[in-house]
Design a protein around this ligand. Structure first.
Ligand SMILES: Cc1cc2nc3c(=O)[nH]c(=O)nc-3n(C[C@H](O)[C@H](O)[C@H](O)COP(=O)(O)O)c2cc1C
Length: 189
């Protein structure tokens, strides 16, 4: 198994996957490890939805694209505008044709849902990497609004999607995007 510091340095967002499916048991094991993350008051409010079906993943990509494009039309100054061209490309799948997608989220009523689920997502990404799998957090995949689609994938009405994470066996591993030096505002001694 890769050492911890190697995991930190070598984790990359993977956007190109092999055709190979990810065994469901493995995804569940990774989810189990994600639940080792800290959470506010140990509330563990994260709820997971596994989409292990390529047709469904494409359908969810279309739904997300449609909703973001309609948002951009109503808010032309929004930063999301930069993605308009790619989102209009009908061949572009926001989930990069990954074999599996896991939504990490939970009840909107939980005040700490964003933070808790983000921590679980972080554990998820490292646990997957330690097993030779690649992941990518897909912010563009958050816009699943259609009530019928949400119902069919088992998403409760008050469910906030925090982290849609794709997972699969990497085909290409990109170079490390440049990191800035830490911006320490002040050290008080
Ligand atoms: C909140 C969040 C949203 C992201 N959304 C997307 C996305 O929609 N599409 C994508 O290709 N990558 C997305 N990423 C991945 C980032 O682009 C990536 O983490 C960043 O470029 C640094 O690269 P690295 O993860 O390989 O270090 C997202 C990452 C985060 C944390």
């Amino acid at each position: 198994m890769t050492g911890f510091f190697d995991l930190l340095k070598k984790r990359r967002s993977i956007r190109d996957y092999e055709e190979k499916d990810v065994p469901l048991d493995l995804v569940k094991e990774i989810i189990r490890e994600s639940c080792l993350a800290p959470s506010s008051g140990n509330g563990q409010p994260w709820r997971f939805i596994i989409i292990n079906n390529r047709d469904w993943i494409e359908k969810l990509s279309d739904e997300s694209k449609k909703n973001i494009l309609s948002f951009i039309e109503q808010n032309p100054d929004a930063p999301l505008k930069q993605y308009e061209t790619v989102l209009r490309d009908k061949h572009f799948n926001v989930f990069y044709n990954a074999p599996c997608l896991v939504f990490i989220g939970g009840s909107k009523k939980t005040g700490s849902i964003q933070v808790d689920c983000t921590l679980a997502a972080c554990y998820f990404m490292f646990s997957a990497q330690a097993r030779g799998l690649g992941t990518c957090w897909i912010g563009l995949g958050t816009n699943i609004q259609n009530p019928e689609i949400r119902k069919q994938i088992g998403m409760p009405e008050d469910y906030r999607i925090v982290a849609p994470i794709i997972i699969g066996y990497p085909r290409t591993i990109p170079d490390t995007p440049e990191r800035m030096d830490p911006h320490i505002l002040k050290t008080v001694r």
